[in-house]
Design a protein around this ligand. Structure first.
Ligand code: 4NP
Length: 155
């Protein structure tokens, strides 16, 4: 069993959507029981909150179940999780700062996006609905490739 954590700034837009898409693809690929998933934010802005209504709408429009309560990333998450996926480079830096050391399983989410390797998953918070559809598409591709990677690592 490998434990996967998706991290963004607020833990209401990108990372709960990533967690939901991951769970959805794991189910579709009949890989249930092999991985756990969770999400967290580097900030304390939205602790205890449901995902943003636009993230929920985006998930629902694609038939993806989404449910999460916002929580803040804590350095102990570095010990609990085998893989930590940062949505952007600021999140990546903040995670390292909070952990105080390196983590072998820390990656940028878009390390797994072949066409835009290492790019940020754009923060859709201050934009419109189309920003959330864009994030959904980016996450779907990146997470599909990330699951391929997990299966290669853990056969
Ligand atoms: P997220 O989006 O990091 O994808 O959850 C944001 C949500 C809230 C804020 C910023 C980004 N905020 O500044 O409150």
């Amino acid at each position: 069993m490998k434990n996967i954590l998706f991290v963004c700034l607020g833990n209401i837009c990108r990372s709960p959507l990533a967690e939901a898409i991951f769970n959805h693809q794991i189910k579709q690929r009949n890989l249930e029981g092999r991985f756990t998933s969770d999400s967290a934010g580097t900030s304390n802005y939205h602790i205890g909150e449901d995902p943003d209504t636009r993230s929920i709408a985006s998930a629902v429009s694609h038939g993806v179940d989404i449910s999460h309560k916002g929580r803040q990333f804590h350095y102990l998450d570095g010990k609990k999780f085998d893989y930590i996926l940062a949505m952007d480079k600021t999140n990546y830096r903040d995670i390292i700062h909070e952990m105080g050391n390196k983590h072998e399983g820390l990656f940028l989410m878009r390390e797994f996006d072949e066409k835009n390797k290492g790019a940020d998953v754009p923060d859709p918070y201050y934009g419109g609905e189309d920003g959330f559809e864009n994030v959904f598409q980016i996450l779907s591709v990146s997470i599909n490739n990330f699951i391929d990677f997990l299966l290669k690592e853990d056969h």
